[in-house]
Design a protein around this ligand. Structure first.
Ligand SMILES: [Zn+2]
Length: 204
């Protein structure tokens, strides 16, 4: 597989092409093109399939890189669950969403605790916030962003696909090179053996 910096370069070099192509295919929709580009960029540098090992994308999470440790312990490097098309991105998005939900829930619980201690009415903002959130989902407000969300998810998947394709291309090339070297060694051995065989045959 290519080194981490090669994957980074591939992401950066192909980013303008992906953005331009989406811009053309969507009839000049710059918002969707930028969202696909953002997803592609984030997928290549941060949400890469190589989060299944201590890679450059893993280290880029800085203080938060530990959130990917259970993921690495569960998923084998280059298994279908990290390097499989669609399934890899889906699992990483769901995994990250679980962590984000946990952070939001813990944050809200802390706010609640803080308001209880302070004795103010600030904690009563939590149920209000939750009911607002519920209304947001019920009113279908999220649904109105479906195209934007889909564009970003598409970008994530395209970024993962570019990674998978480059992994596959490089490992296939390496296998081919190895088999060629083996063939050369084998033919070299045959050539070295052939003069003695010839001599043997001449003596007979
Ligand atoms: Zn990889």
């Amino acid at each position: 597989m290519p080194a981490g910096h090669t994957h980074d370069r591939i992401t950066l070099w192909t980013l303008p092409a992906v953005t331009g192509l989406v811009f053309l295919l969507t009839g000049g929709n710059s918002e969707l093109a930028l969202l696909v580009a953002a997803g592609y960029f984030f997928s290549g540098l941060m949400l890469s399939p190589d989060l299944d090992l201590r890679s450059r994308p893993f280290r880029r999470w800085g203080w938060f890189k530990w959130i990917w440790v259970p993921y690495q312990k569960t998923i084998k490097h280059r298994s279908i669950f990290s390097h499989g098309p669609i399934i890899g991105t889906t699992l990483r998005v769901v995994y990250l969403a679980c962590w984000l939900s946990l952070v939001v829930i813990l944050g809200l619980a802390l706010v609640r605790l803080f308001s209880d201690f302070s004795g103010t009415d600030r904690l009563s903002s939590l149920p209000r916030f939750l009911s607002q959130l519920g209304r947001f989902f019920r009113n279908g407000a999220l649904w109105s962003y479906r195209w934007q969300a889909s564009a970003f998810l598409l970008g994530l998947e395209l970024g993962a696909l570019s990674h998978i394709i480059s992994d596959y291309t490089v490992s296939t090339y390496k296998k081919y090179k190895k088999s060629k070297i083996k063939q050369l060694h084998a033919s070299g051995r045959k050539k070295r053996q052939s003069p003695s065989r010839r001599k043997g045959r001449q003596r007979k």
